[in-house]
Design a protein around this ligand. Structure first.
Ligand code: HEM
Length: 460
């Protein structure tokens, strides 16, 4: 510690008795592997989001009341538009520095979601979700859900033509709930969309409620991480079940994380200079009577939009309730994807009769069910995401939109189960060729890792 830090720390320790807990935290070990940095990138993007979001809140007006634009964009001068859109246009053209901050905020929202999804894939594929980390995995799923919701709310706030279309689709989704749809839609949107209440409500949720819950949940996520320690990849000669190998938090990991934080903020700023994210002047304000046919959501909503485009607009009347296509697309199928994510740790434990705790990560091909499950779920999400481009695809290739949609329908029904089956067979065959079955305890998995390694010792 530099003398200044040491002096400060001594003064604080004198008053707060920090030395012992401080040493425990400073000695926390971080494994060496790049994939452990994905969670940190998500965390640093969240910090950038909060910092830039506070600035934007100073200039944003959460209202759909019509106002006359008097700013410096000649295309819109003298036009009546919703106050929310006007404030974003003004920020982009007339508030010094606000366009850069807006773009950094937008870029950080993409990075936050991308890093969170990749971090989740690392956790899922390597088995970091197994006992005792199931609770942290489930907190992670809560975070992923909140991150998607927060992204959607932020995307809605400019009230431009894309945002309005997105809110209208969300409104029809909520309305499609059997029994409670109309009441739920009234509570959330304050009446039949478009209502004046929707933007003030979305604003309160976007800047206060959802970030508050995200920050609380991330804090709990990290506390659990410190308490339970990291998992690590297997290393020859190390009993990973008992000992974790890596850098201490202070000073080595702190220096690495601080560098990563600066890189994250720096690259987001550079991207903001070159990428004109969400140019509202090009999009124009939302006009409820005009239905745009070119609307594309943000990439993380593509799979939801794609499912909506693939499901035919049918209605099934059952005794006492009506199940509609939008309900299946917007609620049932995403519910199944998230339900499968939530249930997976329990399914794996039961299917393979796993016992004890697991601290060493695995190759997913050593666990056929996990390999099959991951490829099945993610190929479905990817095909559904691609289906959200059926109109663009049809325009580019000349294939009729109906044919493209049928192609995606068939692919989404057959490709995921076929890929899952093939990968399951391959992983099982791979284990069989090595004379192995799925290990049911960490000690058993460990001993397998060490045996071949010692056989490979060079003969001198
Ligand atoms: C707001 C989003 C999130 C943030 C900021 C975040 C942050 C972090 C950080 C910094 C770590 C330690 C570094 C690492 O192991 O990669 C971590 C670990 C962990 N995260 Fe997340 N996370 C988020 C979402 C998720 C999601 C979506 C899941 C899974 C569904 C998840 C499950 C876990 C688990 C199980 C660990 C312990 C991993 C281990 O010990 O190897 N997290 N998280």
């Amino acid at each position: 510690m530099t003398p200044l830090f040491a002096l400060l720390f001594d003064q604080l320790d004198d008053r707060l008795r920090l030395r012992r807990p401080g040493r425990a935290v400073a000695n926390k070990v971080f494994p060496h592997h790049w994939s452990f940095l994905l969670g940190e990138v998500a965390l640093f993007s969240l910090i950038v989001l909060v910092a830039t979001g506070i600035f934007l809140t100073l200039f944003y007006r959460p209202s759909t009341e019509p106002v006359i634009y008097t700013g410096s964009n000649p295309l819109y001068v003298g036009t009546s538009m919703p106050a929310a859109f006007e404030s974003i246009l003004r920020m982009s053209e007339d508030v010094p520095g606000a366009l850069l901050i807006r773009r950094i905020h937008r870029g950080a929202s993409h990075l936050f979601l991308a890093a969170t999804v990749l971090h989740m894939l690392r956790i899922l594929l390597t088995g970091a979700f197994r006992k005792p980390r199931e609770l942290n995995y489930h907190l992670g799923i809560v975070l992923l859900t909140l991150a998607i919701a927060e992204g959607f709310l932020g995307y809605s706030l400019p009230y431009d033509s894309l945002a309005g279309t997105g809110i209208r689709i969300a409104y029809s989704e909520v309305l499609s709930f059997p029994f409670v749809g109309d009441r739920l839609a009234f509570w959330i949107f304050g009446g039949e969309f478009p209502t004046g209440d929707v933007i003030p409500r979305f604003f309160a949720f976007h800047v206060l409620v959802v970030p508050g819950i995200i920050i609380g949940t991330v804090s709990l996520h990290l506390l659990l991480l410190v308490r339970q320690k990291h998992t690590q990849f297997p290393r020859t000669g190390i009993d990973g079940h008992r000992m974790i190998v890596g850098k201490p938090l202070w000073p080595a990991q702190f220096a690495e994380s601080a560098t990563l934080m600066l890189w994250t903020a720096g690259l987001l700023t550079l991207a903001a200079v070159f990428i004109p994210w969400s140019d509202v002047a090009l999009l124009g304000p939302y006009v409820p009577a005009e239905v745009g046919n070119n609307a594309q959501p943000d990439w993380f909503m593509f799979w939801l939009e794609g499912v909506l485009r693939m499901i035919p607009a049918l209605e099934w009347d059952l005794p006492g309730l009506t199940i509609s296509g939008p309900f299946i697309a917007g609620v049932v199928l995403p519910g199944l994807v998230f339900g499968a994510l939530i249930a997976y740790p329990f399914i794996e434990r039961r299917v393979y009769h796993l016992s004890g705790e697991w601290h060493v990560l695995q190759n997913p091909l050593d666990i056929p069910l996990r390999a099959a499950y991951a490829i099945g779920t993610f190929s479905f999400v990817l095909i559904a995401s691609a289906a959200a481009t059926n109109d663009q695809l049809s325009r580019l290739t000349g294939i009729p939109i109906e044919t493209a949609t049928w192609g995606f329908r068939i692919a989404s029904m057959f490709v995921p189960p076929v890929l899952a089956f093939l990968l399951y067979r391959y992983s099982k065959g791979r284990l069989r060729r090595r004379g192995l079955a799925v290990a049911s305890s960490e000690q058993e998995a460990d001993s397998r890792f060490h045996e071949p390694a010692s056989e490979q010792q060079p003969v001198t």
